[in-house]
Design a protein around this ligand. Structure first.
Ligand code: NAD
Length: 731
């Protein structure tokens, strides 16, 4: 079976249908490209064919490129992968360019045949770059469809002409959100933005496409950039307007990425340089920059974690093999910040939700908070009143545990107090059926301890959401010592229903994510105590590719929470507690009443409305900045290594059982430098031997928290890696 088939109709329209066998979504492979090229060539040469419609046999047009194709191009190059990748990209440009020229004489621009892309649904990546090479793009009015170029989100950029064509179609300024942010649009929004040409009722899609083909005039099929005297919309770089656009875009990209994401800079360079030269040369420029991005290990790492591993985890890579555990009726105990958030996302996913709190009023308050959140979205043009009412009708708020009867899963998010949690567990178990799974959203209490309050600890599990629940994509599922496979499957199926990304870890202090975030925050605070400039700490974190610096992060999560965690950890560890220097700063901040953002005072200063200003100017009086400051690389190394080493220890101790979970969890959970693909990806890019050398140096200078693990030393000695390209090396 083939990916593309051609059918000629009586009017002389050749309809090429893309329908990759055995897949729910079309993806482009090299074979696919070759088939498409051959079919287009045949149709252009066939005197009976007046024009071509390219469409899909599936509900969507296409999801993008088959990422194996890129890997294949690289490996075929042997000693010179760059040459092979570049040649592969130029082949793709050739195929799309033949579609765009459609047989016309390049001098007279006459003699071509019209080619229309008819998109029934989603069209992403190459699934939109191919339409961009056609003469008209018509989309079905399918509000669920997404159209755009999301490549930048996984560390690459549109490299099949998408960058060059979109900049010429819309101008650099208007193309920027689609290229630099990977913004996706539903068909109507795509039409308004000028990405596509027409939106029609789904049932009229093919009819309208054929109509256009048959009515098209020779002039309709010549791209603006193929005409004499083409001018870039909004101005080319060396015009007064263009100058401002490109300088502004360059500043914006540098400001946002801090130089840590190679794809954004390469994209900008391709757009800038490409707009100074003729179209076909611009494609070559695009291919050169794209090759350099594909050969940068960051792109492999990002594609691996943010695309391949993430999808594998979402599809249940580590799900025990038990029958479907989907949740129809969910109970949530505690209608505070987290409980209300969980109830909200579950109702949004279509589940019936019982939301309980200590009193009916408290539960209703939680539900009212959900309504207020939705109203705010509606006022910003997101969602409708009807959808809100439907969602809220699925949430029954109250205080009566009898309402939990029939729940397949109950998640408790009450106060972080083992006694209260134990009491709540007993009350849940008195009502629910024997198949119901009970989960806790605790962020600090060991699951195995809490499970002791349950009469069936095999059905007890941790489902740890991150705040704000509505926004955060990661959910950490924690197995207690006694947790059984059905509870794990239930948690995974529940998270899948919510369309979030799960990782499954074993029980240990702070599980995985918090275990790694805390050392990051602490290292930042420790440097303040040492007299390192707080601005240096925060900026080094940004240069590392962290979304927020450690001092800003502790302001967001609050100083009092930090104090609470420090006290509990000290109590648990006794004399071995290593973070006295951190506590000296943290406790002093608490004493000063600077509890963080919620108090409008923390390491940062805030205005009356709670908007962050700059670093608090009183920091220097409390912790004087030393005259001799460390090199920024040293600060970056400290901030990254404390996290990476903690992830490795979590792996060594069996808290993590799959490095993919460690990497995906790190990026989605706390924003660990996405360019690196996660802590294990970072180690592979750095190299285990170089990482060990760094550890040794930092250990000597700053103490045993930087001690390299034996596992890393072994890896350094054997020259091993965590991943073999895209997959875990052990697999
Ligand atoms: P919160 O104080 O906002 O909400 C707790 C809710 O539980 C309150 O509405 C309270 O009235 C209710 N409650 C207390 N005792 C109860 C009882 N006996 N029966 C029924 N309801 C009761 O707290 P939160 O921030 O939503 O945290 C809840 C849980 O989630 C805690 O275990 C916390 O560790 C965990 N958690 C919090 C975060 C976070 O960022 N806040 C993140 C992950 C996990």
């Amino acid at each position: 079976m083939k990916d593309f088939t051609l059918a000629k109709d009586a009017d002389g329209v050749a309809v090429i249908t893309w329908d990759v066998p055995g897949r729910s979504m079309n993806v482009m492979s090299r074979d696919g490209f070759a088939e498409l090229d051959a079919l287009v060539a045949g149709a252009l040469a066939d005197p009976e064919v007046k024009g071509i419609v390219i469409t899909s046999g599936k509900p969507d047009f296409a999801g993008g490129m088959d990422l194996n194709t890129i890997a294949q191009m690289k490996s075929e190059g042997g000693e010179s992968p760059a040459a092979s990748v570049f040649a592969g990209l130029m082949d793709v440009h050739g195929i799309l360019r033949r579609i765009e020229r459609a047989g016309m004489d390049p001098k007279t621009l006459k003699g071509g045949k019209p080619v229309v892309a008819a998109l029934p649904g989603t069209a992403l990546g190459i699934g939109f770059e191919l339409p961009l090479a056609c003469h008209r793009i018509i989309a079905a009015d399918n509000p669920k469809a997404k159209i755009g170029l999301p490549e930048i989100m996984v560390g690459i950029f549109p490299g099949a002409g998408g960058t060059t064509r979109l900049v010429r179609k819309l101008g650099a300024m208007m193309a920027a959100p689609f290229l630099l942010e990977g913004k996706l649009s539903a068909p109507k929004a795509a039409l308004a933005a000028g990405l596509i040409d027409e939106v029609v009722a789904p049932e009229d899609l093919l009819k309208r496409a054929k109509e256009w083909v048959l009515a098209a005039k020779p002039d309709d099929i010549v791209k603006p950039w193929d005409r004499k005297g083409f001018k870039l919309p909004g101005g080319a770089p060396y015009t007064p307007q263009g100058f401002e656009i490109f300088v502004g875009a360059s500043a914006m990209v540098s400001g946002r990425t801090m130089g840590a994401f190679p794809a954004a800079q390469a994209l900008l360079a391709a757009a800038y340089e490409g707009s100074l030269v003729p179209f076909d040369t611009a494609l070559k420029v695009e291919a050169r920059h794209f090759t350099s991005v594909l050969l940068n290990p960051s792109s492999t790492a990002m594609i691996r974690s943010l695309f391949i591993s993430k999808e594998a985890l979402e599809k249940g890579a580590n799900r025990p093999k038990v029958e479907d555990q989907k949740v129809a009726k969910l109970g949530v105990i505690g209608a505070g910040m987290m409980g209300a958030g969980i109830a909200h996302v579950a109702a949004k996913a279509g589940m019936q939700v019982v939301l309980l709190d200590a009193s009916a009023e408290a539960a209703e308050r939680g539900k009212a908070g959900i309504a207020a959140g939705i109203d705010k979205d509606i006022s910003r043009g997101k969602g409708s009143a009807a959808a809100r009412d439907e969602l809220l009708a699925r949430i029954a708020a109250g205080a009566d545990y009898a309402a939990l009867a029939g729940c397949d899963l109950v998640v408790e998010a009450v106060f972080e107090d083992p006694k209260i949690k134990a009491d709540v567990t007993a009350r849940i178990e008195a009502v629910v059926g024997p198949d119901c799974i009970i989960a806790t959203n605790t962020s600090t209490l060991p699951i195995s301890g809490l499970a002791k309050a349950s009469t069936r600890p095999d059905a007890y599990i941790g489902i740890h959401f991150f705040s704000p629940v509505e926004k955060m994509a990661l959910v950490e599922i924690i197995k207690g010592k006694a947790t059984g496979p059905r509870a794990v499957a239930k948690a995974l199926d529940f998270v899948r229903q919510l369309r979030k990304t799960p990782i499954v870890v074993n029980d240990a202090r702070f599980f995985y994510a918090n275990r790694c975030i805390i050392p990051y925050i602490n290292e930042g605070i420790r440097m303040v105590a040492e007299g390192v400039s707080p601005a240096l700490v925060e900026n080094a974190a940004k240069l590392l590719g962290m979304p927020v610096g450690p001092l800003q992060l502790v302001d967001e999560t609050s100083i009092d929470l930090g104090v609470k965690i420090a006290k509990a950890t000290r109590a648990a560890m006794g004399d071995a507690y290593p973070d006295g220097a951190v506590d000296a700063v943290l406790f002093r901040m608490a004493e000063l009443g600077r509890m963080g953002r919620k108090a409008k005072a923390g390491f940062y200063a805030y205005d009356e409305a709670g908007k962050r200003q700059g670093l608090w100017d009183g920091l220097g009086a409390e912790w004087p900045v030393k005259a001799a400051q460390p090199d920024v690389e040293e600060v970056k190394n400290r901030l990254v290594l404390v996290q990476v080493l903690e992830a490795v220890r979590a792996q060594d101790e069996g808290v993590l059982t799959d490095i993919r979970e460690g990497d995906v969890g790190a990026i989605l959970g706390w924003g660990f430098a996405p360019w690196s693909g996660g802590p294990f990806g970072w180690l592979d890019i750095t190299g285990a031997a170089a990482a060990v050398t760094l550890c040794d140096r930092l250990e000597a200078a700053h103490g045993p928290r930087f001690k390299a693990t034996q596992s890393l030393r072994d890896m350094a000695a054997s020259g091993g890696r965590f991943y073999d390209g895209i997959v875990p090396a052990a697999a």
